[in-house]
Each structure stands twice: as structure tokens, then as C-alpha cells.
Ligand binder design. Structure first.
Ligand code: PBG
Length: 336
């Protein structure tokens, strides 16, 4: 029974009633400026290969990548993140191909910067595309468990980052989780007067099962086999440790920090942003993309709506930008 004169003091629904007032009170928005598009590059030319576990994603050779880069630029996406698919014959124990100045990544970087100087180019610094064992670092041959050696790996990562920066990479993004790599890479770049090359640190990168489709895409899954990355990537159970990782990376000279994966780790993003207030990013990884695509393909979720809602959740959590395989689709939708 409604008692006369007794009304809700606050009516939250009042502002939700019309589109204009909903828009006026909206706290967060997603724009193309927030998006970074990860791409898988192949050696050779005229090659495009679908990635079965990532519908809509293709590995492609440089000539096929150029029109995609142009499209990203036209849509207002600020940067691409390159991930190489290296022919198995070039993978070694020591990952020497990772700093070959005539290798795939430096070649692609140089060409992209020549064609589209305004488009940011981010490179992945880690050895897994180049190692015959699929680990992100160098393994100790004397250790039966194949422990990934920290300080020996730093040397290799510094060479790799320098090779990318010399080719013109705007941002190098170490995704390896070795201790001290940010400081080591910064010092190496600075000593070569590459003071403008930015570092995007994968600071809080978890040992996640959501990377599965990516490892298929770059062909490192087979090399890694039953191996795992627990001795360097973080335990999904931890949060304080992520803050320590971020603090170290900022102290060592990171310009941007990242949390990875994205959606299951938005609590970490929020803590990082609140604690440090630095440019903060998250990677909506391959498995997250695969989940949403699969559900949409089955007609179980509305594709565009869940894509935009998921991307907005990153902004709400405090991200300044999102690495996402949805970047071009989202930017296209934002434009229309
Ligand atoms: C490896 C790397 C991985 C991803 C980016 N760089 C996988 C891994 O750590 O095994 C995952 C990205 C994704 O799943 O989309 N250095």
C-alpha cells in the first residue's frame, strides 16, 4: 500500500530516464585513442593465415599488413603492437634471431615507420618466438627442470630491444617478466642515444591459461609443450606482488605499465592506477577475445554490445589504453 506523502528521497532513475541526461552523467567513454591493435606478422610475402582459435584474426606478411596499418591509422587507432611468427628453422636454444637486424621484426618496423610515420609501432621484447623451447628467456642447460636464467636473459633482451629501437620502434614492450629488465633496457637504449624510445612494461603479467590462442597464433605452443612459465610470470592468486612489480618498473624507467590478462584482472588495474597514477594499460588477451567471439558466433551474446561493454570496463577500472584484438572493429563502430 502506498502511503500518501511518503516518497523516495532520491530517485536514481530520474537521471536515467532520457538519453540526454544519461549522456550528461556518463563518467567514462571509450574512444579510438584508447586502442592498441596487436598483429601477428609472418615472414615472406603474399601470406595470410587465419588463426582458428581467434576468429577474425589473421597472421600476415608485411605486404598484407600495410593496408591493415593504413586502416588503423585512418580509424584513429594510435598504435600497432607487433608479434612475429618465426619459421621453426630459425628458432634456437639461444634465440639469436631475436636481435638479427635483418630479421622479421626490424624489417616490418622500418617499413611501417617509412609508410606511416604517424602510426605508433610497439614491439614485443621476449624470446619465446625465437627459442626452440618456447620459453621467454634462456634456459640453464645444466638444470634438469630447464630453469630460465635471469641475468643471462637480460643481456639477450637488451640486444633485442636495441635492435627494435634502431629499426625505428617507437615503443619497446618487454613481456618476459625477468627481474631488472626495464633498467637494463633503458640503460642500453640511453647509451646508444635512443632516449625517445618509450618502454611499455608488462609489469604485472600473470601465468595465465588465457594465453592459449596466442601461443597457437605465434606457434610457440608446440615448442613449450607441457612446460609452463610459473618461475617468472605471476601467480594469479596475488595482488600485492603486482604493486611491487609496478613500483620496480617505474623506478627502473618504465614510461607505461601494463596488467595482463585484462578482464579477469581489472582489480589489479584499479589498484595500480590508484597507487601510482602512471599511464596504465591492460591487455585483453587472446583467450578473452576467443571467449567473446565464440559466444557471439553461437548467437549466445550480442557481439558489438559485449565488445563495447568489455572495452568500457577497462576504462572504468582505470586504464589509459587497451591492447585488444577488437581494436579495428571497435574503432569502426565508434566512427559510425
Ligand atoms: C609472450 C607473450 C604472450 C602474450 C603476449 N606476449 C604469451 C605468453 O606469455 O605465453 C599473450 C597475448 C595473448 O594471449 O593475447 N612473451
Amino acid at each position: 500500500m502506498i502511503t500518501k506523502g511518503v516518497f523516495p528521497k532520491s530517485r536514481m532513475r530520474r537521471m536515467r530516464r532520457d538519453d540526454f541526461s544519461r549522456r550528461l552523467m556518463r563518467e567514462h567513454t571509450l574512444t579510438a585513442d584508447d586502442l592498441i591493435y596487436p598483429v601477428f606478422v609472418l615472414e615472406g610475402s603474399g601470406r595470410t593465415e587465419a588463426v582458428a582459435s581467434m576468429p577474425g584474426v589473421e597472421r600476415m606478411s608485411l605486404d598484407r599488413l600495410l593496408p591493415v596499418a593504413e586502416k588503423a591509422l585512418k580509424l584513429g587507432v594510435p598504435a600497432l603492437a607487433l608479434f612475429p611468427v618465426v619459421d621453426s628453422g630459425r628458432k634456437t636454444q639461444g634465440a639469436e634471431e631475436a636481435w638479427n637486424p635483418a630479421g622479421l621484426v626490424p624489417t616490418v618496423v622500418a617499413r611501417l615507420k617509412q609508410e606511416f610515420p604517424e602510426l605508433g609501432v610497439i614491439t614485443d621484447v621476449a624470446l619465446d618466438p625465437y627459442t626452440s623451447h618456447g620459453q621467454d628467456g634462456l634456459i640453464d642447460p645444466a638444470d634438469p627442470r630447464g630453469y630460465v636464467m635471469n641475468d643471462e636473459t637480460l643481456e639477450a633482451l637488451a640486444k633485442q630491444a636495441l635492435c627494435h629501437a634502431r629499426a625505428g620502434a617507437d615503443v619497446v614492450a618487454p613481456s618476459d617478466m625477468m627481474d631488472g629488465r626495464i633498467g637494463r633496457i633503458r640503460a642500453t637504449l640511453d647509451a646508444e642515444k635512443l632516449i625517445h624510445t618509450r618502454i611499455l612494461a608488462y609489469s604485472a603479467k600473470y601465468a595465465s591459461a588465457f594465453y592459449g590462442p596466442f601461443r597457437d597464433a605465434v606457434g610457440s605452443a608446440g615448442n613449450l609443450g607441457k612446460g609452463n612459465k610459473y618461475t617468472y610470470q605471476m601467480d594469479p592468486a596475488n595482488t600485492d606482488e603486482a604493486l611491487r612489480e609496478v613500483a620496480l618498473d617505474i623506478d627502473e624507467g618504465a614510461d607505461m605499465v601494463m596488467v595482463k590478462p585484462g578482464m579477469p584482472y581489472l582489480d589489479i588495474v584499479r589498484r595500480v592506477k590508484d597507487e601510482f597514477g602512471v599511464p596504465t594499460y591492460a591487455y585483453q588477451v587472446s583467450g578473452e577475445y576467443a571467449m567473446l567471439k565464440a559466444a557471439a558466433q553461437n548467437g549466445w551474446l550480442a557481439h558489438d554490445a559485449v565488445m563495447m561493454e568489455a572495452l568500457l570496463s577497462f576504462k572504468r577500472a582505470g586504464c589509459d589504453g587497451i591492447l585488444t584484438y577488437f581494436a579495428l572493429e571497435a574503432a569502426t563502430l565508434l566512427k559510425s
